[in-house]
Design a protein around this ligand. Sequence first.
Ligand code: HEM
Length: 401
Amino acid sequence: MAPRALDELPLFQSPPEGGPAVYEYFRRARAETPFVRDPNGMLVALRARMIETLVSDKTRQSETESTLAQGITEGPIFEFVADLVVCANGETHRRRRQPIARPFAFKLIEAMRPKAGAIAAELVQERLHAGPIDFVSEVAEQIPARIIADVLGIPRSDVSVFMQWLADAGEALGLIAEGRRPALEASLNAFNAYVDGLLLERRKRPRSDFLSDYVEATAASGELSEREIRAQIVGLILAGSDTTRNSICMILNALLHHPEQWRAFKADPDGLKRQVVEEGLRYEPVVTAIGRVVISDLELEGYLIPAGTPVILPIASMLRDPEVYADPETFNIYRTDHPRWSFAFGAGAHRCVGEALARVEMEETLTTIARLAPHTALVGEAPILLPGPIRSVSQMRLALA
Ligand code: HEM
């Protein structure tokens, strides 16, 4: 049978604005059709079994298209996007990914576990029995910030400064609000200068740390420009911050809303930490969607997708696909049907470089809270994830006790 044209697909309304309603939207859509066209004409692929094809060599990562579409054709924002590993394809992608991927491998990152545990313990102990706290900024955000500062050899006192640059760099990757460009560019320039300083320092006085190894590896291969060398460091800091912060919040939130599983976790934190994180990432993924562009005409699920079509892969839908997960709408840390590689970290050539580090940070934070603050309780409204490709936590107040 000849494949069907995309305009035969049902038109769906846009997914709801944040919160858990997004899962209900995907549940209904997935049951009806493999793809949805939303009102902006975007093609959204709903089922988990489609992910391998859609991240294969039949598609490519979008590069600077969205920046160019905003009329930004040069300057620090354009250069930043153009230089990032996540916005590159083929050989350029390989060159940029290789020097950062090796030091972030599982075995090497395991050595960070005691440090992550110690940072989490310090943050929790300082706030124990202190009444309601802003968990997002006081604890969850501090874990990835302090760890990446340690990995890169940045003094603790500089962490709060680079947090603002970080927020601005994240904003620069999205849809830039009118009038914000000059401020974002100034901030990126300051961030770049700071990272240049770190790189220069390691060139002059190498230490036995990640940044010195990175400087040495990139110099030895000679494959990256100075701008690319710097952009990967800024990109690493950026990619590992909000993602990990928000995941810590939402996994803890899911546990606190399932008291039996929270009790079981407190009784055996080390035994259950891996399962808790795996299920928490499935249940409330903070990276809701990734995007790709089809390279040549592609037949998938009975439809013909013409070359050049941009496709959205909603991870949030794939992680609740009943073809993969039994009873997918239920949070169940005991489930045994997780695929070997969680979709929460993407798939294919661009699969997350920082997965091992993120897991160590999340596991150590959650086990620390279970041990030191077993009577922890939410105060006020439960957090929800706000709209966006990387979803932010609305707020999260809790008492550590
Ligand atoms: C819970 C935390 C995290 C989640 C859910 C997450 C998720 C993801 C996803 C879904 C992708 C694929 C993007 C795509 O295909 O378009 C990705 C890529 C990436 N992640 Fe993460 N990430 C997390 C933490 C981290 C950390 C801690 C780091 C580093 C310190 C990091 C660094 C990166 C980098 C550099 C890429 C781009 C890889 C490439 O393009 O080859 N991530 N991440």
